[in-house]
Design a protein around this ligand. Structure first.
Ligand code: UDP
Ligand code: MG
Length: 203
């Protein structure tokens, strides 16, 4: 929590206790409480930079026996694995997950490729993890992905491109919920935490 945030919370509390003291009508106090609550929720969300993103190791990764290699990259980077499981994807979950692509001509082929074998679903956490993981994945088309990225190192296809990675903080939250039950996500601190992030870097 930053100093600024602490100051704002203290100010809000002072205003509230002042309103109670000067016997402001309950309705007004309730209104003030509501805005304080909204303020807390919005700002806490914005101030936290520890994020959890969804990664799917696609059948192109599983079938080519690259699971260990790709998982190793995330671990070596200093990211934390918060959830991990193997699953066979249903038509239903794919239609939801790729809802932005259902009208594309390649959608049936995409579904077939995603159902060719089980996938490994991972919830990966870290400071600004959504952007970090997306950059590690590289651009969609493996032929154009930069060397050093997962797609750029292991794929030469626009479809068989090894991994899915959430593309925004909002989508990451939705996608992690889509693939994991709350009890399948583990919130623990890595033993090397102090050597992964500098002082105050993780809010
Ligand atoms: N895809 C495809 N043909 C295309 C574009 C995308 O088969 O022309 C597949 C590809 O596997 C990609 C997935 O659809 O990873 C989702 O597409 P999106 O545009 O969301 O790309 P991503 O976020 O995976 O980079
Ligand atoms: Mg996408």
């Amino acid at each position: 929590m930053t100093l600024g945030y602490g100051v704002m919370v203290t100010l809000q509390i002072l205003v509230l206790s002042f309103l109670v003291r000067v016997r402001v009508p309950q309705q007004k106090i309730a209104k003030s409480l509501k805005s304080t609550w909204r303020f807390l929720v919005t700002n806490l969300k914005q101030l936290r930079n520890m994020e959890t993103t969804l990664v799917l190791l696609k059948p192109s990764c599983v079938q080519r026996q690259l699971i260990g290699e790709v998982v190793n990259r995330f671990e070596r980077r200093g990211l934390r694995i918060s959830g991990m499981k193997m699953m066979q994807l249903s038509d239903e979950i794919l239609r939801e997950h790729y809802s932005h692509l259902v009208d594309k001509p390649f959608f049936p082929g995409l579904c077939a490729s995603m159902q060719a074998s089980p996938v490994v679903a991972m919830a990966i956490s870290g400071v600004e993890a959504v952007q970090v993981v997306r950059t590690m994945a590289g651009v969609t088309n493996g032929r154009q992905a930069a060397p050093g990225t997962i797609r750029g190192d292991y794929s030469v296809s626009n479809q068989q491109n090894i991994v899915h990675a959430s593309d925004s903080v909002e989508n990451a939250a939705i996608e992690v919920k889509r693939f994991f039950k709350p009890e399948e996500i583990f919130d623990y601190q890595s033993g090397a935490f102090a050597y992964i992030y500098g002082n105050g870097e993780c809010k």
